[in-house]
Each structure stands twice: as C-alpha cells, then as structure tokens.
Design a protein around this ligand. Structure first.
Ligand SMILES: Cc1cc2nc3c(=O)[nH]c(=O)nc-3n(C[C@H](O)[C@H](O)[C@H](O)COP(=O)(O)O)c2cc1C
Length: 162
C-alpha cells in the first residue's frame, strides 16, 4: 500500500470538508496546517489581511505538528484560493518541506473558477511530479454532496493509478 497524506489549510471550512472526504475515502492520514496567528474567519477584514498576505507571498509561521510529510509517497495538497493564488500557510508548508521525489496531487477551493490559482499552485511545485488536480467552487455552500462525491471518486482514481 502506498503511504498517502492529505495536507490542507482551511479558514472557513470548504477545504476542510474536501480534505476529510478525501482522507476517509482512501483511508489516508491527514494534516491540517494552522498558522500561529490566524485571521478572524468571522470578520470582513480577513479579505484585506488575507489578500495582502497572499499577494505578498508571505509564509506565516505554522503551529507545530508531529507528522513528517517526508514519510509519505503521495501528498494530496489542498488550499483555498486567496487573491488569485494559493494561501500563505501552503507556501509555508512548501518552503519547509522539499517534496522532490514525491508524487503530489492538488486541489483548490475558490469563489471563482480557481484556474489562475491552480496555475500558480503548479508553478510553486515546479519539478515535482504532479499526478492530479481538481478545483471546487465553494463546496460547502453549493451542491455539497456532489462535491464530496467528486472528491472521493477523484482520490480513489489517484490511488488506483499509482
Ligand atoms: C483572503 C481571501 C481571499 C480570497 N480571494 C479569492 C480569489 O482571489 N478568488 C476566488 O475565487 N476566491 C477567493 N476567496 C474565496 C475563497 O477561496 C473560498 O471562499 C474558499 O472556498 C475558502 O476556503 P476555506 O473555506 O477552506 O477557507 C478568498 C477568500 C479569502 C478569505
């Protein structure tokens, strides 16, 4: 069996919902990234500060975790789209762990189509073997059962292909 880790960041629960469905469907480990200083998900100011952080490609300090991502062969990595790009905690993760030699699959959650952010996600992982990608549009809000099923089917296919 291939060792698989689902890694994600989520401020308002969309990416979390997808992460949990993926991990459950393929029985993988799961790691939620949490910045030491989190934005207030309830406040409209999150768009200002979060948008600024993302645009500046900031890498906020993450809370400690005891999983070692380098122990895994496939990492399924998910982020919300912030200011047309990937979220800052994902940048922190990518700068902390060099994923060369790993297989990586990507998903995004966004308000819009997420195409530009997915391109940036791939660019942030250049020279890494990207084995799949999928985009979700506000999956908690719209057709959430369909999105969950899509995530599960996608994850199972990823594993079958390995
Ligand atoms: C700071 C911030 C910036 C955002 N910028 C974008 C954007 O540029 N394009 C987009 O489609 N959605 C944008 N969104 C919407 C989120 O990508 C979307 O709500 C996503 O589902 C949130 O995922 P989460 O619930 O896991 O945090 C932004 C949200 C926040 C908080």
């Amino acid at each position: 069996m291939v060792k698989v880790l689902v890694v994600y960041y989520s401020l308002t629960g969309n990416t979390k919902m997808i992460a949990e469905n993926i991990a459950e469907s393929i029985d993988s480990d799961i790691l939620e990234l949490k910045p030491v200083k989190e934005l207030d998900a309830e406040s409209g100011m999150k768009y200002v500060w979060g948008g600024f952080q993302a645009t500046m490609k900031q890498k906020p300090k993450l809370k400690e975790f005891d999983i070692n991502p380098l122990d895994y062969e496939l990492i399924i990595l998910g982020t919300p789209v912030w200011a047309w790009t990937i979220s800052p905690p994902i940048r922190s993760f990518l700068s902390k762990f060099k994923l060369s030699g790993k297989k990586v699959a990507l998903w995004t959650c966004s308000g819009g189509d997420g195409v530009r952010a997915m391109k940036q996600f791939r660019e942030a992982l250049k020279d890494i073997n990207i084995v799949g990608e999928i985009r979700f549009k506000e999956p908690k809000q719209y057709e959430s059962d369909k999105a969950k099923e899509q995530a599960r089917v996608w994850a199972k296919k990823l594993i079958e292909k390995l």
